[in-house]
Design a protein around this ligand. Structure first.
Ligand code: CP
Ligand code: NVA
Length: 307
């Protein structure tokens, strides 16, 4: 019987040891790339990248990562495929598995990602769904640890709405054992399924509504757009999220050496001010760069090429 493929779907589905192996591989490959000694463990491998939604970072970083590792990316959009005309996810998974060695997909419907993974006989990577964005948070963990050492035992504060990036931060807090303080407006708070998961796993996550309380004494402050892909009622969201903006005053409540993170794209003047995102505590472009390096660790792990 053939071995089941190594999917990368969510951070909380993998043991900490495997996540740490991926991050270590990412750092090692980053160092090699910077030293002009690139490694090419994916020679002869092909990655299909399906985008149902726009992307700059995920698209370019996976494409470049595949090429630098010796493999080939194939860029697809749902609209150009028969998927856009009603071919099922299951049949798409079966067909692509006959051509390519792995599939990365950005699709809002998380159930569709799970269906793709259930029917594919090659690894499937979550490139963002409405529910989670694990590749982003792997890059964020890598970035935090490059600047400040192990994240275990530290405090990360999230201020904004409940969204896919927050879910992956929550999964990371549970696995990597750091405290996550969350401040959201009551109506945009994490849903019951997330609250139940926090209880069931005893994850070190504190849910609240006060951004100042969440940020106070934090080692890292994180936010994201107030209107994620697929969100409606943008104007209403802006109104209720105004008090959750990361500005100089809010940032000053965190530790003096706290980092500021944002997955980008940012909406300057909305969830974050220029003063913070362009300020000395911001590492947003290191995060963006590390999407490339973290992706390499994820790809190498999926292809069983991590030593
Ligand atoms: N952070 C992130 O995933 O960016 P893109 O939407 O540009 O891929
Ligand atoms: N929460 C954002 C992340 C974009 C990378 C969204 O889903 O649109």
């Amino acid at each position: 019987m053939s071995k089941s493929p190594k999917h990368f779907l969510d951070i909380n589905e993998l043991p900490l040891s495997e996540l740490k192996r991926m991050l270590a591989a990412s750092s090692a490959m980053k160092a090699k790339q910077k030293a002009h000694q690139p490694v090419r463990p994916l020679e002869g491998k092909t990655l299909a990248m399906i985008f149902e939604r726009p992307s700059t970072r995920t698209r370019v970083s996976f494409d470049v990562a595949m090429r630098q590792l010796g493999g080939e990316p194939i860029m697809l959009t749902g609209a150009e495929m028969q998927l856009g005309r009603g071919e099922t996810i299951a049949d798409t998974a079966r067909v692509l598995s006959r051509y390519v060695d792995a599939i990365m997909i950005r699709i809002l419907n998380h159930e569709a990602l799970l269906e793709l993974a259930a029917y594919a006989t090659v690894p499937v990577i979550n490139g963002l769904t409405r529910r989670s964005h694990p590749c982003q948070v792997m890059a964020d963990l890598m970035t935090y640890e490059e600047h400040r050492g192990p994240i275990e035992g530290k405090t990360v504060a999230w201020t904004g709405d409940d969204n896919n990036v927050l879910a992956s931060w929550a999964h990371a807090a549970e696995r990597f054992k750091f405290q996550l303080n969350v401040a959201t407006p009551p109506e945009l708070a994490p849903k019951k399924v997330m609250r139940d998961w926090i209880k069931a796993t005893n994850a070190p996550i504190v849910l609240g509504t006060d951004p100042e309380a969440a940020v106070k004494g934090a080692d890292c402050v994180v936010t994201d757009t107030w209107v994620s892909m697929g969100d409606k009622e943008g104007e209403h969201r802006h109104n209720v999220l105004k008090p959750y903006q990361v500005n100089g005053k809010l940032m000053s409540l965190a530790k003096p050496d706290a980092l500021f993170m944002h997955c980008l794209p940012a909406h300057r003047g909305e969830e974050v001010t220029d003063e913070v995102i362009d300020g000395p505590q911001s590492v947003v472009f290191d995060e963006a760069e590390n999407r490339l390096h973290a992706q390499k660790g994820i790809l190498a792990w999926c292809f069983d090429a991590v030593k």
